[in-house]
Design a protein around this ligand. Sequence first.
Ligand code: FMN
Length: 383
Amino acid sequence: MIISSSNDYREAARRRLPPFLFHYIDGGAYAEYTLKRNVEDLSQIALRQRVLNDMSQLSLETKIFDETLSMPVALSPVGLTGMYARRGEVQAAVAADKKGIPFTLSTVSVCPIEEVTPAIQRPMWFQLYVLRDRGFMKNALERAKAAGCSTLVFTVDMPVPGARYRDAHSGMSGPNAAMRRYLQSFAHPHWAWNVGLLGRPHDLGNISKYLGKPTGLEDYIGWLGANFDPSISWKDLEWIRDFWDGPMVIKGILDPEDAKDAVRFGADGIVVSNHGGRQLDGVLSTTRALPAIADAVKGDLKILVDSGIRNGLDVVRMLAMGADLCMLGRAFVYALGAEGGQGVSNLLELIDKEMRVAMTLTGAKTIQDINSDCLVNLERLAK
Ligand SMILES: Cc1cc2nc3c(=O)[nH]c(=O)nc-3n(C[C@H](O)[C@H](O)[C@H](O)COP(=O)(O)O)c2cc1C
């Protein structure tokens, strides 16, 4: 099939991957309202077209936490990425590295920290969940530091996992799940050969290393359910601070009051995120949450944002609403599932080109120039 946009990658991934994996990526929590609104609300943000400003010299370069990025984009942490392509974390990290942007490794990755960092030049970012097993958290932080990871992304919006009803239908969980996954793999021979067979081991790499024994998909679901910690509070983050002296970013902020607490705590950044609509269905889309958060804390820490960003126009919209950096979740995973690392590289080039068109036609020559002047205030127009 012809691929010319991120939506095409979604369709290509749907064809390539067994349904239990495609729907695990594509789905959200409960009735999936927030998942839909993330994309819809962002697409409604009207860019303000300006012309005849000599836009021949554009720069997408930006800086965050002393790192220079070729564009204001990073890859979000995504669990089980090594199931969507062979050693998928390594492939995605290499694509991000070639483009000059950060890759964030999930706690629950297939490839362990030590497998990914040697493949790339830039320092990797590492994402940590709050887990009951503090020994694992300490071990993971020490290993991330030893492997040269620069930034810790600490995810706080999963004190309990949200229910994803699609998973029970698709065979990710539910009755006879293992048998259904096995049969689906047979019907997707390209995936079965390339990833199912040659992509082994399908461990949760970071956790197996800590437990000293292999962990499979069944363990993943069980371990996650048993290990998330609903008792988490700001004081637990102090504990993390003792083990991490690099930049610390708190992921999963959706309210200005929590953003202010993150400033008081001394965080270097926040990710405005609803976990891609995978946790509490019915919460605000990040498009609607971001402006009030930016009003409350812009300049006090870096504002990163994800959930619903699918193309370069979306990146410009989020920056214009106050974000410093955008993170891509499903957008990169669809590309990876469809065409491996080359797909991710192609997607990043696509986003670069889309951003250039959006900047040219909104009159922004640099990333610093992207602000609310690049948007039309639709509410004012309606009056
Ligand atoms: C399949 C999948 C797995 C994810 N796993 C993690 C994870 O391990 N840790 C984490 O902090 N966020 C995880 N997320 C959330 C992403 O980091 C990100 O917040 C979300 O995908 C952004 O929304 P978008 O997919 O609409 O861009 C996951 C998302 C998806 C789609």
